[in-house]
Design a protein around this ligand. Sequence first.
Ligand code: SAM
Length: 286
Amino acid sequence: MYEDGLPPLREVISNFGLNAKKSLGQNFLTDLNLTGKIARSANGLGGCDLTESIIYEVGPGPGALTRALLMNGAHRVVAVEMDPRCIEAQKEIQAAYPGRLDVFQGDALKMDEQTLIGDTGGRPVKIIANLPYNVGTALLVKWLTLKDWKPWYSSLTLMFQKEVGQRIIAAPRTKAYGRLSVLGQYRAEAKIMFDVPARAFIPPPKVTSCIVAITPKEEQPETPKQDILEKVVYAAFNQRRKMLRTSLKALGQDPLPFLKAAEITETCRAEELTIEDFSRLAKAYQ
Ligand code: SAM
């Protein structure tokens, strides 16, 4: 038994027959010290702590992170899980923390999070999750490309494969710099908090993982519309080896006038542009 009166995670996994399914990106954490560290790393992000926040968790699985969030004082946790076996396992946690954990079954990609969370009573919402690797990037893009900014959440604390984390925080003129870097950095600040070794998971994945913290920034008046920026960034990186005067033709018009208006050399390639360059370019295209 742990201090929350619940069995060790390995026991939960065995009791509920949670043999990991690859199709659901299942790599489970079992060490509550580690998940406690993940939970506490969200304190202070976006100007608020766990204890005052509602946490939205995707894929609670057997519950290592869910339990750490509750043990570290999260006001309420709202979780979405696809696997019915894990929903059963979550019932023990719900019983240990009456009224503080709501679990919904479904696909997080299709969820309207604000409807699920319901009345926040004015509390901030943090997203904290050990994401299934097969939909992790799609979920991140969903949360970063919201039309309304600042968004409904105050911070993201997410587990990714290290290579994905490095793409999110990458700087221009590096191999990792791409669409995810621009989306992660033009209206938000992103940083890698710490690495998590493969051996921390059951079953261990092939690669090291990391915890990425993302905090939304205030939207500046000069920020281009999100959907326009996304279109420009997609076109530029879709043919990242080509010069912008060629790759941006995919936008359906001659790119030279708006490259010139944004004061960007037409022979540059996407990876040479800073976030500010992309902002100016999208503004000029807009
Ligand atoms: N949070 C648990 C932990 O840290 O041990 C489990 C993490 S595991 C990497 C990902 C979890 O997401 C699994 O429990 C899996 O069933 C669930 N999952 C996979 N795809 C999902 C989806 N589209 N929507 C919601 N949950 C999903």
